[in-house]
Design a protein around this ligand. Structure first.
Ligand code: DX5
Ligand code: ZN
Length: 221
């Protein structure tokens, strides 16, 4: 099995002090920066784009940046994020006209690729592209906002995704996103996930003035 990774979602960070927030979660032991891109079209919210990813790199962030695209169309923004310093680029199959082509585009740009599944999206989208994904991301909330509750049906879906990965014999990460907290992370891990996105549970912790406010929540995950 691949080592577990904690991926704070910067959607819930203080955007006015984003560089410092990212430095603080990484210093607290987080492994990956989860970067939520929303377009007010595929999902009902508007967030951050390649310029902000590039700014984090210029700020000195060397950690893995996991770009979660909630945009439609996907293809024209993929090269921009590759140039901006993304490591993983994942997208929702419903948002791509040609899923195989978009996955190949991510890899051609030198990034690791992944598909993202909404709570009601079937895993059968993986049937013919398993060799083209490095990561599978299961949404445990409907995408668009932080701070929602974990949808329990995700646990069975995680077990199914874990079986697909094990049967493939490939090292594919299994990531979960939405409503992940200290209280439920153990059962999510037991269902087969190895990469854990948490937004509000991490960035909601502690007092604003304390640079170590994220240490204990990340240590507990
Ligand atoms: C939702 C985003 C998530 C979100 C998770 O569309 O993809 O990454 O930030 O936030 P929490 O952990 O608060 O559910
Ligand atoms: Zn996300």
């Amino acid at each position: 099995a691949l080592p577990d990774l904690i991926a704070p979602s910067i959607l819930s960070a203080d955007f006015a002090r984003l560089g410092e927030e990212v430095d603080n979660v990484l210093a607290a032991g987080a492994d990956v920066v989860h970067f939520d891109v929303m377009d007010n079209h595929y999902v009902p919210n508007l967030t951050i784009g390649p310029l902000v990813c590039e700014a984090l790199r210029k700020h000195g962030v060397t950690a893995t940046i996991d770009v979660h695209l909630m945009v439609k169309p996907v293809d024209r923004i993929i090269p921009d994020f590759a140039k901006a310093g993304a490591d993983y680029i994942t997208f929702h199959p419903e948002a791509s006209e040609h899923i195989d082509r978009s996955l190949q585009l991510v890899r051609d740009q030198g990034c690791k690729s992944g598909l993202v599944f909404n709570p009601a999206t079937p895993l059968s989208y993986l049937d013919y592209v398993m060799d083209k994904v490095d990561l599978i991301l299961l949404m445990s909330v409907n995408p668009g906002f932080g701070g929602q509750s974990f949808i329990p049906a995700t646990l069975d879906k995680l077990r199914e995704a874990r079986q697909r990965i094990d049967a493939s014999g490939r090292e594919i990460r299994l990531e979960v996103d939405g409503g992940v907290k200290v209280e439920n992370i153990a059962e999510i891990k037991a269902a087969g996930a190895d990469t854990f996105v948490a937004g509000s549970a991490i960035f909601g912790a502690g007092q604003d003035s304390d640079p170590h406010r994220y240490d204990s929540v990340i240590a507990a995950m």
